[in-house]
Unconditional design. Structure first.
Lengths: 642, 314
């Protein structure tokens, strides 16, 4: 036990004490372990309630025929009283002799995790309640784990309802031992365990020497008074995320809040991720004293000596101690979304003022927050209330810090269906020294935009999927189904077929062998350009000659575009039966000269990348076969070194 | 200034100003204490206002002319370096204290405001949707009905017209227990409903920054401020405010002031000697009555405020 601080008086604090910084304290714990009662009691004991509030609630209770409880002081909403549970995060203030506090009451129900996160994420310290009679519960462990995830290290554990266990020291020690063992696994150490009866006010604001003579440690409010206000980030390396760029009164003002460190007029700033530098010409504030420096926490504007392109989401730093920038990082993630978070699905990721498309590319492990056991990681989704270690990939570079280096730049949220649905903490990223290695920047080079840059932005490479097969084999059907699948999964894709090529680009060509060859050559050239531009091009031409297809492949490869030949195979009898455009009929009738398969040859591919048999595979199976193959080939490289 | 001494709003405890006195008060700039705390509140509010301005295309700032509203004007100017790049909206119930209208005219000039004034004319005149019910006013309806029709419905009407997707509001957590549960960015349905039982999570300064067409988001830029913070800040910055917050002597010889200003038929002054901001701040350190105690619509029945707010009241 720590030594108790000097006892507090509970008289109304004098005015000057308002000057102390407010400490934000979150109250968490299993449902029914007495949070609202404890908070109500603290309010009552510290005389922090408006006059008449207690009487008002006592009267209300009388009206409803209920016994007065301290919890009702908080649960001011009608339906909360009816259900006897706290619904949402409530913020209210009380004061001790030392300083004012903001209390954040976070509900204990499992489905209300999002409210607990909403409340606890802004807390400086936490009071975690465990009822002595029920002991450590799933929620007690889960909440402890979330506090450690949110980086809250100032924790006092209130072992409540001691009156229900006859103020037993042995029972208290049991709870302490069990919970301490759990906390040590997650690297969290409670500053103090306090035996409490919130209902009677024992060890809340005043000691209970009569009931619990064996406890001589501090009360809950005395413990709170020992906690430290949040540390200023002013001493950390500069992080100035840009919120907006305004043009007022012929000045171009780069606005934002200094999240860490400080900047001054004359400083050279590096803007990540585009790595442009400029010098601070002035610090702008309205109706405030002229200042030459700005420190962490200030919302400011700056003007620059050189007008470089700077936009929302860029992060200014000094060239030493610059942040990490990458499109791939590891994180611990908690998920509160109504729908599962699926691997490979695209979400909006927000980190300070940055907003990027992002996907979870792999789940390393899913952690049960109450047992700390890792579930099998072959699951391809993260369910509501899960905590997981994941690898995330963003479209474009994200500027970040490891959370243990800079909490504000090391945490992000994930948005699903307009709502914040999850949050994460970044760990294990590697820093590079920008002052020495300017070109280390892996995404933005000064030179030309290459297909790799395009691939990185698109999330996939360009490619040509060359469908070949008899008329009626199903090329057109397959191409459209494939295009739809690719499009739905956020790929850039486009079909080249007879319909859009024959009428324009190749309108001067007929069906002679020479013209067919020229037709295929032009299609291959057009497909190569689209592929180089980052598009997954699907071509749907009979392309009957081996030599023509070989040339198409060479054209593609010469342009650095992947060429995937897909043989759409079906016996000619079946194709003729299908005869979707009535061409076989006309060919049999002699109306079409040189019809492939009837009066002209079809040279089947020797070694196509993929063969689909449309006579015995369903359309879905055929498309799945192609997609399966594409997936392995088209994903943007894990990490680009350019 | 016009002479309001005969106006019914000033015939009870709180007398009108002399005709030559301006309705606006310019505080002398004094920084008392808690500078860091005020700096932090200001920085967060500026951050929120800039986030709102960035994310929403069509934004408006309701302005009641009260102390919180005037702090919002000030913070907007802080955020945009002396400019206010969106319109302000005054929902005029037609029951404003005449001095407040004088203040309004002055402020529009002084701050160069783009001000939209909205009155639910149909409700006051008893026409249109109100033809069968007759005119709505404090002489014909209870305070909750008046507040709903003349404020919330008026807001719905003007929003339907302007299609704002976000409103920057000045509500504070410490005003009321339902407001304590608010988010900084609080989405509202087409019908203005607030689903306080299933609010989106909000943490790490990431907010609900988009909404479906027809819906809107309330950006509550003063949520963290207390009544006392507001006064300390007004004093530190020298923000001009209406004079009606300061004590005047009633015909009975006692002195009264308004802590919260609303429609004159339902706004009651509190007994107070505070005729300077310093005295107001000192008074708040010892008072145990709530700020909105003088606002009759909040207390007309149990849970009145919750009912009003669930239907879209600020």
């Amino acid at each position: 036990m720590t030594t108790a601080p000097a006892p507090l008086s509970t008289s109304t604090p004098a005015l000057t004490q308002f000057g102390a910084a407010r400490l934000r304290v979150v109250f968490v714990g299993h449902v029914d372990h007495g949070k609202s009662t404890l908070i109500g009691r603290i309010f009552y004991d510290t005389k922090s309630l408006p006059e008449g509030k207690v009487e008002q609630i006592q009267n209300a209770c009388k009206e409803e025929g209920m016994e007065f409880e301290y919890a009702f002081l908080l649960d001011a909403l009608l339906e909360e009283q009816a259900q006897n549970i706290t619904i949402d995060t409530t913020q209210i203030q009380f004061k001790t002799d030392k300083r004012p506090y903001v209390i954040i009451d976070a509900p204990g129900h499992k489905e209300f995790l999002k409210n607990m996160i909403t409340g606890a994420a802004s807390a400086d310290a936490a009071v975690l309640l465990i009822a002595a009679n029920e002991g450590v519960q799933e929620q007690s462990r889960r909440h402890g784990y979330l506090l450690s995830l949110l980086g809250i290290s100032q924790v006092v554990v209130a072992v409540n309802k001691m009156d229900l266990v006859d103020f037993s020291e042995a029972r208290f020690n049991e709870v302490v031992t069990e919970y301490k063992a759990f906390l040590s696994q997650i690297g969290l150490e409670a500053r103090q365990f306090v035996p409490v009866s919130a209902r009677s006010g024992y060890n809340v604001d005043s000691a209970a020497p009569k009931e619990m003579p064996w406890y001589t440690g501090p009360t809950i409010t005395q413990m709170l008074d020992t906690f430290e206000p949040p540390k200023s980030l002013a001493e950390q390396p500069l992080r100035f995320p840009i919120q907006d760029v305004y043009r007022f009164d012929d000045r171009r003002i780069v606005a934002g809040r200094v999240e860490a460190g400080s900047l001054k007029v004359g400083d050279t700033l590096v803007f990540s991720p585009n790595n442009k530098t400029s010098v601070v010409a002035s610090i702008e504030k309205w109706n405030a004293e002229k200042a030459d420096t700005a420190v962490a926490g200030e919302s400011i504007g700056i003007t620059l000596t050189e007008q470089i392109f700077v936009d929302r989401g860029h992060v200014a730093s000094h060239d030493v101690d610059a942040p990490i920038e990458s499109n791939r990082f590891k994180a611990r993630l908690f998920w509160m979304g109504k729908r599962h978070l699926n691997v490979g699905e695209r979400y909006k990721l927000k980190l300070t003022t940055q907003e990027l498309d992002a996907e979870v590319v792999s789940i390393e492990k899913i952690i049960d927050a109450s047992t700390l056991e890792s579930a099998a990681s072959d699951r391809k989704y993260i369910a509501k209330n899960d905590v997981a270690e994941v690898t995330i990939q963003t479209r474009g570079a994200l500027v970040m810090d490891n959370a243990d280096r800079n909490a504000l730049m090391g945490r992000f949220v994930i948005v699903d269906n307009r709502q914040v649905a999850g949050g994460g903490i970044i760990f294990g990223g590697t820093y590079t020294d920008r002052s020495k290695v300017k070109s280390q920047n892996i995404f933005w080079s000064e030179g030309e935009v290459t297909s790799k840059h395009r691939a990185l932005r698109n999330g996939h490479k360009g490619a040509i999927v060359w469908l070949t097969g008899l008329s009626g084999s199903g090329k057109s059907t397959v191409s459209h189904a494939l295009e739809r699948e690719l499009f739905n999964s956020n790929h850039h894709t486009y079909i080249l077929d007879g319909d859009n090529v024959r009428h324009g680009l190749n309108s001067n060509l007929g069906f002679s062998p020479e013209d067919r060859t020229e037709n295929i050559r032009r299609v291959a050239e057009a497909a190569k350009l689209l592929g180089d531009a980052g598009v997954i091009v699907i071509t749907a031409f009979i392309s009957p000659y081996l030599a023509d297809r070989q040339r198409a492949r060479e054209i593609a490869l010469a342009g650095g575009v992947e060429f995937i030949e897909v043989f759409v195979d079906a016996p000619i009898e079946i194709c003729e039966q299908r005869d979707p455009k009535g061409l076989y009929k006309r060919a049999r009738a002699g109306e079409i000269a040189e019809f492939t398969g009837i009066t002209a040859p079809y040279e089947a591919p020797v070694r196509p990348e993929i063969t689909v048999h449309t006579d015995r595979q369903s359309l879905g199976e055929s498309v799945a076969t192609i997609l399966e193959f594409l997936k392995s080939r088209l994903h943007a490289e894990e990490s680009f070194e350019i | 200034m016009p002479d309001h001494r005969d106006h019914p709003a000033y015939q009870r405890l709180y007398p009108a100003l002399a005709p030559d006195e301006p309705a606006v008060f310019f505080p002398q700039k004094i920084s008392r204490e808690d500078a860091e705390h005020l700096d932090a509140l200001e920085a967060q509010s500026v951050y929120l206002i800039r986030e709102a301005f960035h994310h929403f295309k069509n934004i408006c700032m309701p302005w009641s002319m009260g102390k919180d509203s005037n702090v919002l004007i000030w913070l907007s100017k802080k955020a945009f370096f002396g400019h206010i790049p969106y319109p302000l909206l005054h929902i005029d119930t037609t029951y404003e204290f005449p001095e407040m209208l004088d203040y309004r005219n002055w402020a529009v000039q002084h701050h160069n405001l783009n001000l939209i004034v909205k009155i639910n004319e149909d409700a006051r005149a008893g026409r249109g949707d109100y033809a069968t019910r007759g005119p709505i006013g404090f002489d014909t309806a209870d305070p909750i009905t008046c507040t709903h029709e003349l404020k919330t419905v008026a807001l719905q009407q003007v929003m339907a017209e302007h299609k704002w997707d976000a409103l920057i509001t000045g509500i504070r957590r410490d005003e009321d227990s339902t407001r304590a549960k608010e988010r900084y960015f609080s989405p509202r349905t087409k019908d203005f409903e607030w689903d306080y039982k299933d609010q989106p999570p909000e943490f790490w300064n990431q907010f609900t920054t988009s909404c479906a067409p027809g819906e809107h988001v309330r950006v509550q830029a003063l949520l963290d401020w207390s009544e006392r913070d507001i006064w300390l800040y007004i004093q530190r910055e020298g923000i001009p405010i209406p004079k009606m917050y300061f004590a005047r002597t009633a015909p009975n010889g006692n002195r009264y002031r308004f802590r919260s200003l609303g429609d004159w038929p339902i706004s009651n002054p509190a007994e107070s000697e505070a005729d300077t901001i310093d005295k107001i701040i000192d008074e708040l350190a010892t008072t145990k009555t709530s700020e909105r105690a003088g606002r009759a619509q909040d207390h007309h029945e149990r849970n009145a405020m919750q009912k009003l707010r669930a239907k879209g009241f600020m």
